[in-house]
Design a protein around this ligand. Structure first.
Ligand code: NAG
Ligand code: NAG
Ligand code: NAG
Ligand code: NAG
Length: 453
């Protein structure tokens, strides 16, 4: 009887875990080395080729026959960084790229067609090509609000107007979702490498937030931030976002500036950082606690009030992920999530964003720190499946031990799972504080003694 109930309970727990994705991972994270640069380039070029091969069907979806990119070295279109080869850096001279729909007249032609020019020879050839292709609608990246669809520089637009003339300019259009969907969509093959990167992030967090790296009353938050930077060098990854470590106080708003404190026992620490490799980016915020005392008197865990605050942030992650269905706009998800928080009497803020090719990637957002309830334009885009998101938020929680209300900031990255039709945490989420202190030494001493006995 008891075991039947227990089986029932464990299978419910199993189902919950499955639905919500991986929760706090059990094992210590291990640094996950990435392939050598040459091998990374080959893998990335395959991804880029696969992504580019989807452009003809994206053009069809958005009712266009051509997509024209025109850029000069050091004044690249934002899209360049998602379509270039791994061994390309800035675009050369003037680089003109014409993506087309592969239809009849263009069947068999390279896609995109590419010109690298500094003599003006490109223009008659481009006009001939347009004549041949005869597109009804040509997309130009001229969006006023969305960077990924607005990367055509003003000078290049002026040149296009002059060289293409009215006939073709009349057929040009702005179609922001074309670039947004192209940049945001991730391939299933990318996830394996994104998972490795996320495990490396967790390994850094576990090592950085430990007495191996932090000596209370000596190490500063700045020292710790730079430790993370150096550790990235060791792991052969870079960053898009300098690590900001701070001591969380009721007044501080950690994350954006970091703080300049000497770390003390009893501090609650926060970090916001991301790594970059293989054209993928991560963005994570975790919390740590510095245990007080030493020897037999030492604390062995964070105070209950802090743990309760972290649980509230975890609940907010659940609420966002329950509401975050592809096809809905970010604003709808935000509104529903805030409503659910109100029902559960949770006070806090949500500001989630897509992540992937960029730390702040293309796609719909749910809130901004300064726009907590509704985000014009970006919040009204649909949430796309086959993408990655950064679930970024904080809960306010009154901590009796401190007689103060504190923000509990969390950020974890999720990927859309085709299999479960849910968002899954790529590595997991933080449900326990990283603990810094002498308990680690005590644990070792204790097990040594046990062995001797
Ligand atoms: C990438 O390299 C391949 C092979 O050299 C070339 O065909 C292709 O045009 C390049 N792509 C871009 C965007 O430059
Ligand atoms: C269209 O052109 C691209 C680039 O040459 C090619 O990879 C792709 O397979 C073509 N697609 C179709 C449907 O022919
Ligand atoms: C970093 O790259 C160097 C040079 O290729 C290599 O020797 C080293 O093992 C790499 N480290 C990691 C952690 O992958
Ligand atoms: C807790 O904080 C409140 C408001 O700042 C203050 O009025 C009160 O005296 C504090 N209580 C204790 C026990 O320090």
């Amino acid at each position: 009887m008891l075991s039947t109930i227990w089986l029932g309970v464990t299978s419910i727990i199993f189902i919950l875990n499955f639905v919500q994705g991986q929760l706090h991972p059990q094992n210590p994270a291990k640094y996950q080395p990435l392939p050598l640069l040459r091998e990374r380039a080959a893998i990335q070029n395959q991804w880029t080729a696969d992504r580019i091969s989807r452009i003809p069907s994206l053009l069809k979806k958005y009712n266009a026959q051509a997509w024209l990119l025109c850029q000069r070295e050091h004044a690249e279109d934002t899209l360049w960084w998602s379509i270039k080869n791994a061994t390309d850096y800035d675009a050369h001279r003037r680089t003109v790229l014409l993506f087309h729909d592969n239809k009849s007249s263009m069947a068999g032609a390279a896609n995109p067609l590419k010109w690298i020019d500094n003599t003006g020879d490109v223009w008659p050839e481009l006009l001939d090509t347009l004549e041949h292709l005869n597109p009804e609608r040509i997309i130009l990246n001229t969006d006023e609000d969305i960077s990924f669809a607005g990367g055509l520089h003003a000078g290049e637009l002026a040149v296009l107007q002059r060289e293409l003339g009215d006939r073709w300019m009349k057929k040009t259009a702005n179609e922001p979702m074309l670039a947004v969907e192209f940049v945001a969509t991730k391939l299933p093959e990318q996830l394996e490498y994104y998972q490795k990167m996320q495990e490396t992030v967790w390994a850094m967090l576990e090592e950085g937030f430990s007495s191996k790296t932090v000596e209370p009353s000596i190490t500063s938050t700045e020292d710790l931030g730079w430790w993370f930077r150096e550790q990235m060098q060791v792991q052969n990854v870079t960053t898009w976002n300098h690590p900001r470590v701070s001591v969380v106080t009721p007044k501080s708003f950690p994350g954006w500036e970091g703080s300049e404190n000497i770390i003390q026992e009893g501090d609650m620490l926060h970090i916001d950082f991301g790594i970059t490799a293989m054209q993928l980016n991560t963005d994570t915020q975790h919390l740590a606690y510095v245990l007080k005392g030493s020897g037999a008197e030492a604390e062995i865990d964070a105070p209950d009030g802090l743990k309760e605050g972290l649980r509230k942030s975890n609940r907010m992650q659940d609420i966002v992920l329950e509401n975050m269905r592809p096809g809905l706009t970010g604003n709808t998800v935000l509104r529903r999530s805030l409503h659910q928080m109100e029902l559960e009497e949770i006070d806090g803020q949500i500001y989630c964003h897509p992540i992937g090719d960029w730390g702040h990637d293309a796609g719909s957002v749910m809130g901004f720190i300064n726009l907590p309830q509704y985000v014009p334009v970006l919040g009204d885009l649909p949430i796309l499946p086959e993408t990655y998101y950064s679930i970024e938020l904080f809960a306010y929680h009154f901590v009796p031990e401190r007689n103060a209300t504190i923000r509990f900031l969390q950020e974890e990255n999720v990927a859309w799972s085709h299999k479960s039709q849910h968002w899954e945490f790529v590595r997991g989420r933080q449900e326990k504080f990283h603990l810094i202190g002498s308990h680690e030494k005590r644990a070792i001493t204790f097990s040594d003694q046990t062995t001797q006995l």
